[in-house]
Each structure stands twice: as C-alpha cells, then as structure tokens.
Design a binder for this molecule. Structure first.
Ligand SMILES: Cc1cc2nc3c(=O)[nH]c(=O)nc-3n(C[C@H](O)[C@H](O)[C@H](O)COP(=O)(O)OP(=O)(O)OC[C@H]3O[C@@H](n4cnc5c(N)ncnc54)[C@H](O)[C@@H]3O)c2cc1C
Ligand code: SF4
Ligand code: SF4
Ligand code: SF4
Length: 372
C-alpha cells in the first residue's frame, strides 16, 4: 500500500491517547496488548507507559509531550476506524475469517512434544523459521517463577522450549517492541545485521494482539515493520493473573510455583510438580475472566498468517488454519520436511470432518457473543 493510501484512513479530527483513555481504557475494553506504548515509546515521545496492565500518561508533565499524532488510537485493536479495510486486506467475510487450508497436526520433535501445550505446532513453526534463516527473532511468552506471563523477544531456537505451553493470563506481547531500537549491538554484529530495520521477527499472540499488530502493519508504522509472520492462538477467554491464581490456590491448595502445567478441556486442569492432576470447575474461574474478553467476538484469530488451537483437534494434536499464502507455504514446508505429522481423517468422516470443525467454531463464537 502506498503512503498516500494509508493517510486516507486518518481522520482530519485526529483521535489521540486522551480518546483512547476515555473510550477504551476507562471503559474496561483495553486488552493490554501494549501496541499504544510500543509505538509511542519506540518513537521516543515519552508520553505513556503501562502499569499493572493499564496504559496511562507517565505523569501530568508527560501529557505535554504528546504530539497528537493519533497513531496509538488507530492501532488499538479495540477501536473501529481501520477494521473494515483490515478485513478487506485479510479477505475476511465471516466470523471465522479466511481459510486457505484447515488441518490437524502434531510436531515430530520429541523435545517440543514434551513441553508443547497441544501438538507443539507453534514452537515447531518457530524452530523451522529460525533453522531456515527466515527470522532473526520471535516474540513469545515465558513464565516467571510464579507463572506470571512475561512477553519476550527470543533470538535463538534453543530458547523456544522455555516458551512452549499456554499461559492463561495476559502476556502483553507487543510491549517488547518498544525497546526495538535498544537491542544490544552485539547481537546484530554476530548476525551481520547492520540496520535494526532489517530485523525479521515472528509474532505469537492472542487474536486481539494479532489484530493490533496487523493494524500497525497495515498503517506501516514502526516498530511493527519488523514483524514478518503473525501466528494467532485460538482464544475463548483470558484471565486476570492475580485473580486466577487466588482462585486456583483456594480450590486446589497449590501455589503457582508448584504448578507444572495448566490446560482447559471443558474444565480447567493443573498438573503439579509432584505430577498430581487436579480438575477445577471452569465456572469457578468466571470472576477472573478479563473484562474485555466478555465483549470479544474473535476466537480463531482472523488477522494472522496462521491460527492454531486445540479445539476440535484429536488428543495431542493442534488445529491449524492457514490464512495467507505465506502461512500456507510454511505449513506445507513443515509437512514436506516431516517436521509435523498430519492427522489422517478416518475415511468414514472425510466429507464432514472440516464442516464439523467449522460449525463448532461458529458455535463457540456465538457462545462468546452471548456470554456478555
Ligand atoms: C489465553 C489463551 C486462551 C486460549 N484459549 C483457547 C481455546 O479456548 N481453544 C483453543 O483451541 N485454544 C486456545 N488457546 C490456544 C492453545 O492453548 C494453544 O496455545 C495452542 O493450541 C497452541 O498449542 P501448541 O502446542 O501448538 O503451542 P506451543 O508449541 O506450546 O507454543 C505455544 C506458544 O504460545 C505462546 N503463548 C503462550 N501463552 C501465551 C499468551 N498468554 N499470550 C501470548 N502468547 C502465548 C508461547 O510463547 C508459545 O510460543 C488459548 C491460548 C491462550 C494464550
Ligand atoms: S504521541 Fe501519538 S502515540 Fe504517543 S500518546 Fe500522543 S497520540 Fe498517542
Ligand atoms: S493499544 Fe492495546 S494496550 Fe493500548 S489501549 Fe488499546 S488495547 Fe489497551
Ligand atoms: S478473549 Fe478476545 S479479548 Fe480476551 S484475550 Fe482472547 S482475543 Fe483477547
């Protein structure tokens, strides 16, 4: 898209962070993606910051630094001005979004299979992109010792194992991009990258975060220009970290630092470091659901190259939806190199298999809309 075309989408009455604060943040619609902060800080405007997952002006004095460019407002995944054009760009015509291919598969890498949440497909894609020198880095999420999600840029395939698995609370995935221009020069020299703008990254996030990154790429704003691949996780809902682990501790008597893995299969499950498996009624977690998730109409992550989730997949496999040619080519390569193994649909179900999955996703999306 040309620069003049992008400018066409900016209103004359430019909305600014004050509008974002009033319309999105103060009304509990902010999904804490970090896009507004990442853009503003990467430009050294020194206006806004994120505290306890809420963006705000740094201080009263910093308000004057705002040059009212409006970018934070337009790239926010919860604002509407760009959505129609973005849907056109991603060929989105229904609630599930564009599908080039839908399949189920699992990793063939034993180390990833051990730590992956479902089929380990996300980590396998990232490992492949690193191996084939298609990316220099990836934005993933790690846990701290109390299972708090920490968004992180990893520069090496060997760091992927730490990031595998799902964190069921917010990991503000776009925040690390605020420091893009402060990445250590040592890394670049080692990789023979002489200009930060040449960096190539993959981005992993929830559907709302992928929508924000897609808006940034659509408007061609830095620092999202380094994101070359967008991988969305399916997402029915997300939880407030403190509330989630308070409830889990009350229900199971297990502290976060003694939990090995969590997963959702109708109910919420934890496995402890002593290898006990405990089931928690998912309804008990309702008070911990994040407020913007109550009003979210995305499930499969339409604004991405590839969407991945477990809903509808056989045990140990992931469901994969390729959305763009780039996404389709990656999955095709993974299959042809034997890096993932496709689930063979039983002949008796062949005709209905995909339709059943799509019906199920439509039902889940309607359920989301009705749970407000
Ligand atoms: C909050 C949340 C809710 C989800 N809800 C559903 C659902 O309802 N139905 C469904 O089918 N699937 C859901 N998923 C996706 C599912 O849990 C798996 O992440 C997905 O199937 C990929 O599994 P995998 O084995 O291929 O990934 P892995 O190889 O294990 O890699 C997982 C990747 O996800 C990243 N990640 C983990 N947690 C987060 C996070 N909080 N934010 C951003 N990135 C993260 C990791 O860094 C890693 O790169 C949800 C994921 C999240 C984060
Ligand atoms: S300078 Fe621009 S991006 Fe930063 S807060 Fe102001 S309007 Fe938003
Ligand atoms: S851009 Fe993201 S972090 Fe900023 S207000 Fe919007 S949803 Fe919240
Ligand atoms: S339910 Fe929607 S708003 Fe909540 S984390 Fe998932 S994609 Fe974002």
């Amino acid at each position: 898209m040309t620069e003049s075309k992008s400018k066409k989408f900016i209103d004359i009455n430019v909305k600014t962070f004050k509008d974002l604060d009033y319309k999105i943040i103060k009304t509990d619609k902010c999904c804490s993606c970090g896009a507004c902060i990442a853009y503003c800080e990467s430009q050294n405007f020194n206006v806004i910051e994120m505290n306890d997952y809420i963006p705000s002006f740094k201080t009263e004095k910093n308000i004057d630094n705002c040059n009212e460019c409006g970018v934070c407002y337009y790239i926010c995944p919860q604002t509407s001005p760009l959505l129609e054009k973005l849907c056109e760009a991603y060929n989105i015509k229904d609630k599930i979004g564009n599908i080039i291919k839908i399949l189920s598969a699992k990793t063939t890498n034993a180390a990833i299979a051990k730590v992956g949440q479902d089929g380990g497909v996300v980590s396998t894609i990232l490992a492949y992109l690193f191996d084939k020198h298609k990316i220099d880095a990836a934005i993933v999420s790690e846990f701290d010792k109390n299972l708090k999600p920490i968004p992180k840029i990893v520069f090496d395939k060997k760091d992927l194992l730490k990031s595998a698995g799902t964190r069921y609370s917010i990991s503000p995935q776009i925040i690390p991009l605020k420091d893009l221009y402060h990445i250590s020069h040592g890394f670049f020299t080692k990789r023979r990258i002489f200009n930060i703008d040449q960096l190539r990254m993959a981005f992993i996030g929830t559907p709302c975060q992928c929508r924000a990154i897609s808006k940034m790429r659509f408007l061609r704003v830095k620092p999202a220009h380094v994101i070359k691949y967008i991988i969305s996780l399916f997402c029915f809902e997300n939880f407030e970290y403190n509330k989630l682990y308070d409830i889990l501790r009350k229900e199971t008597n297990v502290a976060p630092n003694n939990i090995k893995k969590t997963w959702i299969k109708k109910n919420f499950f934890i496995s402890t470091k002593k290898n006990e498996e405990i089931e928690v009624d998912i309804k008990k977690l309702d008070p911990a659901i994040r407020k913007p998730c109550h009003e979210c109409n995305e499930f499969t992550g339409q604004f991405s190259d590839i969407s991945i989730g477990s809903s509808g997949a056989p045990k140990g496999y992931s469901m994969i939806i390729t959305r763009t040619e780039i996404g389709y080519k990656i999955i095709k390569s993974l299959l042809s190199y034997g890096l993932i193994e496709q689930f063979i649909i039983p002949a008796s179900e062949n005709r209905d298999w995909i339709n059943k999955k799509l019906n199920w996703y439509n039902q889940l999306i309607s359920l989301k809309a009705n749970k407000k």
